[in-house]
Design a protein around this ligand. Structure first.
Ligand code: NAP
Length: 291
């Protein structure tokens, strides 16, 4: 559908933009709206859907499942057009639970494979065991490929030192214009990063709220005739090694985000550079942020 893609290590392509689903599937009276928002995203042209067994304790996966089912039934997409990402809780990411966890995610989503399965964050189960299980899931065709999330430099180094650790295709980390820790070192691993909270959760997780009064952002919002959130998202989207997954349940916001992810609103190289200068990545490495 014309959305940019990034090539992963295994040669496959992943859409550069998608949607998130955190906090979906939690409230009974909001589920219909949430299903509609995912359906609308697919209708707009979004193919990558990011979810997790954690979100709404499976509720978000059910929401995604309903939206997918509707989109497939209505002939908008086929399963193979979609790129479904889910995540396993760290405490389930070992031989004892991961196979059941994955099966339950598949059931809730109503699909027979995931395009990408991520370890949500590091827990106490040895990485070697998680990698072994991920590889087994690939062999069993339950997942196409696997990755990690919230992994900082030391975690990546350890991962890459264990058997098959190099098969990790993505690291999903917090990244937005005012939190660019991943740019300092993590990006150098050459494993694409999936930027979560690219809108800084509508600004709720930025300590310095002056970003919303920043003259450059306001100037660019006027220049591109868009919102400041679109400028924030467009900056993340302009970064070559990043995939991003903004979340919204409002049609207006979904359309705004889609305009950025589909490059209808695209920052010039010069404007990306100006934003880069205004919101630089740390020169000395700082730990990645996590929420
Ligand atoms: N791996 C991890 O540990 C991890 C952690 C956090 C998130 N994630 C994933 O990343 C996804 C995205 O991150 P996120 O949900 O934390 O935050 P986000 O995408 O940065 O922001 C979501 C918030 O921004 C609002 N919003 C969305 N588009 C907007 C727009 N164009 N203009 C104004 N407001 C807008 C949404 O409200 P409305 O719904 O009202 O539009 C919502 O409150 C998650 O949903 C999840 O899938 C992963």
């Amino acid at each position: 559908m014309g959305l940019q893609t990034i090539q992963l290590k295994d040669g496959s392509l992943i859409p550069k933009g998608g949607v998130g689903t955190w906090e979906m599937g939690e409230m009974e009276d909001e589920k219909d709206l949430e299903v509609e928002s995912i359906y609308k995203s697919i209708e707009l042209g979004i193919r990558l859907l990011d979810t997790a067994e954690m979100y709404g304790e499976g509720g978000a996966e059910k929401v995604v499942g309903k939206a997918i089912n509707k989109a497939i039934s209505n002939g908008i997409v086929k399963r193979e057009d979609l790129y479904i990402v889910s995540k396993v809780y760290p405490f389930n990411a070992g031989k004892r639970n991961i196979f059941r966890s994955c099966e339950n995610s598949l059931k809730r989503l109503g699909v027979d494979y995931l395009d990408l399965y991520l370890l949500h964050w590091r827990g106490s189960i040895p990485l070697r065991e998680t990698v072994y299980c991920m590889e087994k899931l690939v062999k069993e065709k339950k997942i196409k490929r696997w990755g990690v999330s919230n992994f900082d430099v030391e975690d990546m180094e350890e991962l890459l030192s264990i058997p098959n650790g190099e098969n990790c295709v993505v690291n999903q980390v917090l990244y937005h214009i005012a939190s660019r820790e991943a740019d300092t070192e993590l990006v150098k691993f050459g494993i694409p990063l999936m930027a979560y909270s690219p809108l800084a959760r509508a600004g709720t997780i930025v300590r310095d709220r002056s970003i919303f009064k920043n003259e450059l952002i306001l100037e660019l919002a006027e220049k591109y005739n868009c919102t400041i959130y679109q400028i924030m998202l467009a900056f993340v989207h302009s970064q070559p090694n990043y995939i991003t997954i903004p979340k919204s349940t409002q049609i207006k916001h979904l359309c705004d985000n889609y305009d950025v992810l589909s490059d209808k609103i695209k920052l010039s190289e010069e404007d990306v550079q100006r934003l880069d200068n205004e919101f630089p990545a740390p020169t000395i490495r700082r730990p990645i942020n996590m929420i």
